[in-house]
Design a protein around this ligand. Structure first.
Ligand code: G3P
Ligand code: MG
Length: 247
């Protein structure tokens, strides 16, 4: 089996949802802050609108992180372009737009940030979200090293793999099941991503034996990150890039 590899070396720290808690999540402001903090890589979530366009959003609904309401998969692009996605975090971020995948991809490249794109499909939109993200990644990173693309949804990853066989993929499991390696192999993934609190040493040993890097979320202090690295975790996602600096 050929597992597409990264054209870049895996950094120790990915800023989670762009800039962690230092900026509105999944925002362009977060990318700027991550770059200013000296982080080399970021993770963000991508979901489709009702028009089938990819935008940065974590929840299936708009309320928590924007001044909009309702389901993302029922909101059209014209509406999404009017939303504020900053003021919920702090009034200083008022006017922050909801980020399109295109704007985040272009800004990341301009800032020299490596990216983990998490495909975040709304329920029922798994395959189409995987396919759209894969097609967009191909176009948006045509002149640069490809990002790492991950998802909790195997259906989304399989659709992405079909569209873009060259994509480096990561499989997300909150808690890796016993047969986690099979899920990694089914999509020819490069890496396993899981909850830092739930990873056990048997999984880490088996991952090491099979040459699969393990990445863990969400790690918000330096001592916890160091302990995970000591156990063989290759990288962490952090909301506190002010505490967990790049190594
Ligand atoms: O991709 C790592 C992490 O972001 C997965 O959890 O819910 O923050 O997207 P979540
Ligand atoms: Mg995520």
């Amino acid at each position: 089996m050929i597992r597409p590899r990264l054209g870049w070396s895996l950094p120790r720290v990915f800023a989670h949802r762009c800039g962690g808690v230092l900026a509105p999540e999944n925002s362009l402001a977060g990318l700027r802050i991550a770059a200013r903090m000296g982080v080399r890589a970021v993770e963000f979530d991508v979901m489709l609108s009702a028009d089938g366009s990819p935008w940065l959003l974590h929840d299936e609904t708009l309320e928590r992180t924007t001044d909009g309401s309702g389901r993302m998969c029922e909101a059209n692009d014209a509406t999404l372009r009017t939303l504020d996605a900053g003021a919920h975090q702090h009034p200083a971020f008022f006017g922050e737009p909801l980020a399109t995948f295109e704007s985040a991809a272009l800004l990341s490249q301009r800032l020299g940030l490596r990216v983990n794109v998490e495909i975040k499909p709304a329920t029922g939109f798994e395959a189409v979200t995987g396919a759209v993200v894969a097609r967009s990644v191909r176009e948006l990173w045509a002149a640069a090293d490809l990002p790492l693309v991950s998802s909790f949804s195997e259906e989304a990853l399989l659709a992405a793999r079909e569209v873009a066989p060259e994509l480096p993929l990561g499989v997300l499991h909150e808690l890796p099941p016993e047969d986690w390696l099979k899920s990694v192999n089914r999509v020819a993934a490069l890496s396993l991503h899981c909850n830092a609190d739930l990873i056990d040493d048997a999984v880490l040993a088996s991952a090491r034996a099979n040459g699969i890097p393990v990445l863990c979320y969400t790690v918000n202090d330096a001592a916890a990150a160091a302990a995970l690295f000591g156990r063989g975790v290759m990288a962490v996602f952090s909301d506190r890039i002010d505490r967990v600096g790049d190594c």
